[in-house]
Design a binder for this molecule. Structure first.
Ligand code: CUA
Length: 322
């Protein structure tokens, strides 16, 4: 619809038309009132003009219907914008359940993308058409912001925590991706492209040139190499909690509060383990701050995600009883 106007990027995701429709509604409402006020000012200036320098205007004692109208009409318009925008916003920030997970890191001055199957790419992101894709990312240095104009989604990359965006590409092709937060001299060069491919072509691309196996496999290797497995035993007999079935579940802490075990909590527990200690355990775990790259941390997180006891098995039952 707007492809003739170069001001607007292509609509290449399910969210794009929804964001645009809201945007154009707000522009239309604003334009309508701006034009209406201007026209009325001009008409009245002409109609009520006088050459008499001593002319005095008629006294006005207010008008209840008029005042009600200019209060209620803007109120209704604002509420419509608020409700509509909330609807779009909730869809924007809540990824669907089954998404294709991709990790990314922003650093001066590039975006590094990492697929679960082990593919890495820099300033380029390949995604399949028609799939819900979630990109989870952080920054290695300063604030950046990952922006996909054609998908109408954007979020800041913040050092020390994970952000995420999700989108469902609806159009094949290559689109821009940007850093949308000023981050230093080469901020303007921190750009790249996202390539939307047919699912079959994406699979072929994904399997071509994988080194080192999948992310969770690398995580498992690290988990053993770093001796995490000596404390975090799967049967729960170690000095640290068993990590089986932990991901996505609530975790009670020594201070009585409860957190959900998500990517950020696992990352924090690896880098600053003393901060939120699982209830029933001593703060024995050493920090791995400075010892692990962001990629390695993510490999460990992916490995923790795969630790699932088969339902009804002995270790699952032991887990339930803890
Ligand atoms: Cu990174 Cu601007």
């Amino acid at each position: 619809m707007f492809s003739g106007i170069p001001l607007f990027p292509e609509q290449a995701s399910t969210l794009a038309p929804r964001v645009d429709n809201l945007y154009f509604f707000i522009v239309a409402v604003t334009a309508f009132f701006a034009i209406a006020v201007t026209v009325v000012v001009i008409i009245f200036a002409v109609k009520y003009r006088t050459d008499d320098p001593l002319a005095v205007g008629e006294r006005i004692h207010g008008s209840i219907p008029l005042e009600l109208a200019w209060s209620i009409i803007p109120f209704i318009i604002s509420i419509v914008i608020f409700a509509w925008a909330s609807d779009v916003f909730f869809d924007l920030v809540r990824p669907p359940d089954q998404t294709l997970e991709i990790y990314a890191t922003g650093k001066r001055w590039m975006w590094k993308f990492q697929h679960i199957d082990g593919q890495n790419e820099i300033n380029e992101l390949h995604v399949p058409i028609g799939r819900d894709v979630k990109v989870t990312f952080t920054s290695e240095d300063v604030l950046h912001s990952l922006f996909f104009p054609a998908f109408r989604t954007k979020a800041d990359a913040i050092p020390g925590r994970y952000s995420s965006v999700w989108f469902k590409p609806t159009k094949l092709g290559e689109y821009h991706l940007f850093c949308a937060e000023y981050c230093g001299t080469r901020h303007s060069g921190m750009v790249g492209k996202v390539v939307v491919m047919e699912p079959a072509a994406y699979q072929a691309w994904l399997t071509g040139g994988v080194v080192g196996g999948s992310l969770s496999k690398r995580g498992e290797q690290l988990f053993n190499d770093l001796s995490c497995n000596t404390c975090h035993r799967n049967d729960g007999s170690g000095r640290g909690p068993s990590l089986v079935n932990k991901f996505g579940a609530p975790q009670e802490l020594t201070d009585g509060t409860t957190v959900t075990v998500d990517e950020s909590y696992v990352r924090e527990s690896i880098l600053t383990p003393q901060l939120k200690v699982a209830a029933g355990f001593n703060p024995l775990m050493p920090t791995f701050q400075g010892l692990l790259s962001e990629e390695s941390v993510r490999a460990l997180i992916e490995y923790v995600k795969t630790l699932k006891a088969p339902a009804g098995s002995a270790s699952a039952a032991a887990q339930e009883n803890r």
